[in-house]
Design a protein around this ligand. Sequence first.
Ligand SMILES: *[C@@H]1O[C@H](CO)[C@@H](O)[C@H](O)[C@H]1NC(C)=O
Ligand SMILES: *[C@@H]1O[C@H](CO)[C@@H](O)[C@H](O)[C@H]1NC(C)=O
Ligand SMILES: *[C@@H]1O[C@H](CO)[C@@H](O)[C@H](O)[C@H]1NC(C)=O
Ligand SMILES: *[C@@H]1O[C@H](CO)[C@@H](O)[C@H](O)[C@H]1NC(C)=O
Ligand SMILES: *[C@@H]1O[C@H](CO)[C@@H](O)[C@H](O)[C@H]1NC(C)=O
Ligand SMILES: *[C@@H]1O[C@H](CO)[C@@H](O)[C@H](O)[C@H]1NC(C)=O
Ligand SMILES: *[C@@H]1O[C@H](CO)[C@@H](O)[C@H](O)[C@H]1NC(C)=O
Ligand SMILES: *[C@@H]1O[C@H](CO)[C@@H](O)[C@H](O)[C@H]1NC(C)=O
Ligand SMILES: *[C@@H]1O[C@H](CO)[C@@H](O)[C@H](O)[C@H]1NC(C)=O
Length: 394
Amino acid sequence: MRFFHPLFLIGASASVYSVVNGLNILISNDDGFGTANIRELYKAMKAFGHNVYIVASVTNQSGTGGTATYTQYRNLTADSEFGIVKKGAPSIGTDPNDSHIWYFNGTPSSCVQVALDYVLPRYTNLTTFDLVLSGPNYGWNLGPFLYTLAGTLGATYTAVGRGIPAIGISGGYGVQTPYYDVNTTTKAGLKDPATIMAQLSANIAQQLIESVAAQGGGPLLPLGYGLNVNVPLITSFKDSSCINPPFIQTRMTGGADIDYANYNETTGLFSYGNLVVPGTNQCINGDCSLPGETEILNVGCQSSVSVFTVDYDAPIGGACKSGPNVRSLLQPLVQYANSSVLVGGLNGTAVSGTNATVSSPVPTASITTISSSGGMRVSASSAALAVGLLMILI
Ligand SMILES: *[C@@H]1O[C@H](CO)[C@@H](O)[C@H](O)[C@H]1NC(C)=O
Ligand SMILES: *[C@@H]1O[C@H](CO)[C@@H](O)[C@H](O)[C@H]1NC(C)=O
Ligand SMILES: *[C@@H]1O[C@H](CO)[C@@H](O)[C@H](O)[C@H]1NC(C)=O
Ligand SMILES: *[C@@H]1O[C@H](CO)[C@@H](O)[C@H](O)[C@H]1NC(C)=O
Ligand SMILES: *[C@@H]1O[C@H](CO)[C@@H](O)[C@H](O)[C@H]1NC(C)=O
Ligand SMILES: *[C@@H]1O[C@H](CO)[C@@H](O)[C@H](O)[C@H]1NC(C)=O
Ligand SMILES: *[C@@H]1O[C@H](CO)[C@@H](O)[C@H](O)[C@H]1NC(C)=O
Ligand SMILES: *[C@@H]1O[C@H](CO)[C@@H](O)[C@H](O)[C@H]1NC(C)=O
Ligand SMILES: *[C@@H]1O[C@H](CO)[C@@H](O)[C@H](O)[C@H]1NC(C)=O
């Protein structure tokens, strides 16, 4: 209930959680180090008493996903976003006003790496960060397709992969404004949307911090886990209809979009289209009773909180007996590592008599098993047949 308490939106929130403070926190994003959202989140986390650093891109890096690029220029070849740092300055450096705010000329994923491997060891006394926050992004990142596409989440899953709990946050408001344009009150007499989104993000982080502290401490999330948070369009520029959305537990799949290539016959060019299809929305892991994050954001003034892992493996049947039996479809060509004799992949497998046929929807290839002695090698001619079979299956 406490997230609904009005104190959270009128500035007294810092004292509510001040019992647990002093963690070392890194913030990144894909919109760049000078945008209002990241700076407001920096302030909100500092207000909880934490030791906070920003390491983020010198420019807008929307849509770069988990790509890691390092500049090949020692100095900036153009001004940073909003002209905060000028062309010719080093490609990595600090904001002129704050030595805890770093920019780097790279993608969000590479900014996290540079933070961990360069800034942290050389310019802090820390051994690691306790938590990485990414965002709040300008625009939602909903569902598995956006998870891989978004730079916001690229920074998040890079951190999780490096063993640091991380939270990616994205919001419905899409206009990237500079940090110095954040107003204390909007024309509607409310807080700036950037300030509200930042406080919502900070409250999620602080909830984890408090809960783990109450359990006696430890990592803020299990190893390999992260959160994807999406906040609705905060309406405080205009009115108070959505300024205090509740957080809803969600999953990534469920009503989620994927792109398709929308061809224009007149121009001969493609543009992005949106599709909602079963392939994007199959519940395979996690709690299938939860609503999809897309479905929750479509409801209106609600935020979604999905829990992900960077273990992309699927339940595949076979020895673990969990999930559909994908394992048997790969046999005998794909063998277990502990098999007493391993048959080379080029040799393939024996095909019984006729060419294999594939019936939809589940391929049921007629493949003979390798003899249980494991010592048999298939003939070259059946190897060729097996290659043909594989091409049919692909
Ligand atoms: C940032 O990049 C994205 C994707 O290319 C674009 O949609 C957005 O308008 C850009 N923002 C700014 C402020 O240039
Ligand atoms: C490029 O950056 C280096 C390292 O900070 C600096 O010494 C040098 O003066 C810069 N060069 C130019 C042309 O700005
Ligand atoms: C930051 O630094 C610039 C240049 O040094 C200065 O003009 C500006 O007022 C400073 N303060 C803020 C809050 O940006
Ligand atoms: C690291 O710790 C030393 C000793 O406490 C202190 O003098 C120094 O300022 C610290 N450096 C940073 C970057 O915090
Ligand atoms: C802040 O207020 C000024 C003056 O009213 C306005 O020009 C500016 O657009 C506002 N900034 C934002 C982000 O709304
Ligand atoms: C194709 O592009 C033209 C030129 O931009 C535009 O007028 C037209 O509406 C587009 N057609 C469709 C089906 O989107
Ligand atoms: C061989 O490997 C499979 C898959 O990892 C495992 O399930 C099975 O128990 C192993 N068999 C033996 C004899 O170790
Ligand atoms: C398999 O298919 C190929 C190509 O259609 C054909 O030449 C060959 O005779 C077939 N083999 C058998 C065993 O049916
Ligand atoms: C398996 O493939 C290798 C490489 O093509 C070949 O040298 C070998 O003779 C094959 N073995 C059998 C039993 O066909």
